[in-house]
Write a protein of this length. Sequence first.
Length: 377
Amino acid sequence: MTHKRKGRSRKSERKIRIDFRRNRARPARDKDWTRRLREGDIEAEDARLSENVVAKGDLSRKRTVIERENDEEAGVAGVVVAMRGLVAEVDDGTRVWPCTVRRKLRTRLIEERNPVTVGDRVRFTIEADEQGVENEGVIEAVEPRRGVLTRIVGKRVQTIVANVDQVIIVSAVADPEFKPHLVDRYIVAAHAGGVEPVICLNKQDLPNNVGAVAELEHYSSLGYRTLKTSAKSGLGIDYFRTALAGRCSAVAGQSGVGKSSLLNAVDPRLNLRVGEVSAETQKGRHVTTTATLIRLADDGYVVDTPGVRSFDISTVPAAEIELHFVEFAEHIPHCKFPDCTHRHETGCAVKAAVDSDHISTRRYESYCRMFEERITA
Ligand code: GDP
Ligand code: ZN
């Protein structure tokens, strides 16, 4: 498998260190957060997340990218769709190539605790085996990451998938019961990873649930993109398909809300298993840790990972949760105490906004629950 064509002359390379924009000591309180998120002007949140867990020097906050001087010969561009040990499966748009990582690059990425991962955009060169058959590649460069889904492994933040554009947060009108707190948690986790949350309310064919629809409208009024779908009747599926096209999406939500059904409705070739996850089988299930990307017919990827289940708020420090409640932003600067946690403090402008109905009581309670969970974690 690993017969390399030896002595092939390689173009001169130039190593460059790319600075992540330094984060301020205190996170910015930015009321334009969702807008900036949509426009892609976001900071390298993955760098900040790892900072919260492991103290890192300035140097390690940089990612090294090897840049070829002659771009045309810098190899083929592709996306890592799966990892098999040290082998990355790279999709160049027409086929998938098993690729190793150029040793120097691999060593450096490992030192930086940023090994190549699913979702990474890479450039690779194709090498021939002894028979002259070109069937594998070598990754020469990795692009800096944008949105990431992370989870905690031991004391470390691990990237499950890189370059995720959006998380489609699916819930259902009923069966299972609509739980807005869960939606809020996914929103916070998505924001923290620099990924746009899109809120989808499925099973619209079931009897109208006024409460759920009102919540969906509330999310919409906060500036989130929302979708109403029924995988059963087909309502909203075209719109759902358009939302996925050309982007890399993760689909999150409780078991049974219809995630697999929706993806099958969008692209029947996926043929995902529907309705087979019972509480019992879930417990006994082997927990796979690696994600894969599935290419959609309409150009775009969905993340297929049991790890999305652990994509949660566990990487978000309590003091930062307020940043991910977009409607709090304009009030926070008016709190009496700069370190106000908006719970018991006097002169809290957020609580005042709840009292005057400028912030929904339900969302506020959701914030308090998350905050308390994180400080006791
Ligand atoms: P997942 O666990 O989120 O992937 O959910 P599944 O796609 O496996 O669906 C769970 C159950 O809900 C299955 O019995 C589906 O047939 C059903 N289901 C999915 N979407 C809809 C829908 O839009 N309407 C109704 N009534 N049932 C649905
Ligand atoms: Zn306050």
